[in-house]
Design a protein around this ligand. Structure first.
Ligand code: TYD
Ligand code: MG
Length: 459
């Protein structure tokens, strides 16, 4: 057997390990994220421990498939419908849920509100806080108007102490704010390091599965690599939710990035108010409410966010620059995809924009990752370049291929209906998606095969 090292370098972003320090992580590409940690062989590799970890918390006899209870029976509503939706229809018994996001975006506010709801419907909630004192949490609670009988606060960071208290209190729900502050005496690495954070998360996993108690872990997204980011936990937990958007917007979008109990990519839309997070009933309306009238470079596209269609405004600004090649910037849309679409516009429609600065922005802080938004991005660039307005009651969607063809997308029907519901008069979509939608009331549905046809329809 090869000689085992005393210490090892662990990327605090993704958990990748190297024997030597590296400036950049080979796995995730992040810089300056390696931290020296004590080397611990994983338990499975040390012969006599094989299989032990499983049997210590659970009786592992084979079960008849038919006798296994369906998990859907065991969902509890969080009391906030928009949050239930992100979770796939409520909180599943024994699930481990990670809530990640930038500091100050509203994670503690959300879990405080959820705790309140849960405790009011009779559940006993244990809120473990390693970041704020009881008084701070109480102050936030008063601001939120919380009136929880069955909510218990535990300002503790020691994992063993936390597990003792949980055993004693036997709560129905556990919240850990944040997992990065929890440390175990048994591990020698520093609090907040990947080993500590993963160690603690695994303990909470065993607790959750062993007692069928749902556990929420809060994880800060960190800028520099000294503290392990929530990414390092994604594979351990059942569900990963991230807050999107930034603190400067009032809207908060919570997205299920991974969900063993529901659709991934499902989003919940909230507004941060003086009374905490308030669910937004009709997100499309909100994303469109500040749309400028009569301005070029703005168009509405329809995206699927999880199972829900959503109308969003794509904005583009094309401006000439005096410096050689133009800059490209995209907010809320993939940068590489933007470059590709600009190249298609240049090559297939002969737009002379290679020397222009081009900025793309998805209004409202939403992040769109669907190719169905391609046509929207192209239309907004064309509109800004030509300085021609796209009629405000027109919406577009469709994937754009490298030859300038407009390709069909999934769920065209629900997208078209959403546009119809919000009073749009004209919808430009891929020809292959048009079938069955010709007769939608009050909206003219136009199919296009390629960008030339799309441009003719738009301008
Ligand atoms: P918080 O939940 O503490 O963020 P996190 O736990 O993700 O770090 O939220 C902090 C921000 O939210 C802070 O800037 C104040 C704001 N806020 C409101 O606007 N309204 C409220 O009712 C509350 C409780 C907070
Ligand atoms: Mg917090």
């Amino acid at each position: 057997m090869a000689k085992q090292p005393k210490t090892i370098y662990v990327c605090q972003e993704c958990g990748h390990q190297e024997r030597k320090w590296n400036g950049q992580c080979r796995e995730c590409g992040k810089w300056n994220t390696f931290v020296e940690e004590k080397f611990r062989p994983t338990p499975q590799t040390t012969g006599k421990n094989v299989g032990k970890s499983v049997s210590t918390f659970r009786d592992t006899k084979p079960l008849a498939y038919k006798e296994i209870k369906s998990q859907d029976d065991d969902r509890t509503s969080s009391g906030i419908e928009e949050f239930d939706r992100v979770l796939g229809g409520g909180i599943v018994a024994g699930s481990l849920i990670l809530i990640g996001g930038n500091p100050g975006i509203g994670k503690s506010t959300l879990v405080a509100q959820v705790s309140n709801q849960l405790s009011q419907t009779g559940g006993k909630v244990l809120y473990i806080s390693g970041e704020e004192s009881e008084r701070q949490i109480k102050m936030r609670g008063e601001r939120l108007g919380l009136d929880a009988d069955n909510l218990f606060l535990l300002p503790e960071t020691n994992l063993e102490a936390i597990l003792n208290e949980t055993e004693r209190l036997k709560p129905d729900f556990v919240i850990v704010d944040s997992i990065q502050t929890v440390f175990s005496e048994k591990l020698e690495s520093a609090p907040g390091s990947v080993s500590q954070v993963r160690g603690a998360a695994s303990e909470f996993m065993m607790f959750a599965k062993g007692t069928a108690t749902p556990v929420f872990l809060i994880g800060h997204v960190t800028k520099e690599g000294s503290i392990a980011g929530p990414k390092a936990l994604e594979h351990i937990v059942d569900t990963v939710l991230y807050f999107e958007g930034d603190r400067h917007h009032n809207h908060r979008i919570i997205r299920a990035v991974k969900n063993r109990f529901g659709a991934a990519n499902e989003i919940g839309v909230f507004e941060m108010t003086n009374q905490g997070l308030v669910p937004v009933g009709n997100p499309s309306e909100v994303f469109l409410q500040e749309r400028p009238e009569g301005a070029s470079g703005s168009v509405v596209t329809v995206c699927m966010e999880g199972t829900r269609p959503m109308l969003v405004e794509v904005q583009a600004l094309v401006s000439s620059t005096n410096y050689g090649t133009g800059r490209r910037m995209a907010q809320g849309f993939d940068y590489n995809r933007t470059s590709l679409l600009i190249a298609v516009l240049e090559k297939r429609l002969g737009f002379q924009i290679s020397n222009d600065d081009i900025f793309i922005n998805i209004a409202g802080g939403l992040e769109v990752s669907e190719p169905a938004a391609d046509l929207g991005v192209i239309a907004s660039i064309a509109s800004s370049f030509k300085n021609l307005q796209i009629p405000p009651e027109t919406a577009v969607f469709g994937e754009v291929g490298l030859t300038g063809e407009v390709r069909g997308v999934l769920q065209a029907q629900s997208r078209a209906r959403e546009a119809q519901t919000l009073g749009f008069k004209k919808l430009i979509l891929p020809m292959s998606n048009r079938k069955g939608l010709e007769k939608l009331l009050g909206i003219r549905v136009v199919g296009v095969r390629n960008l030339e046809e799309a441009m003719d329809e738009l301008f």
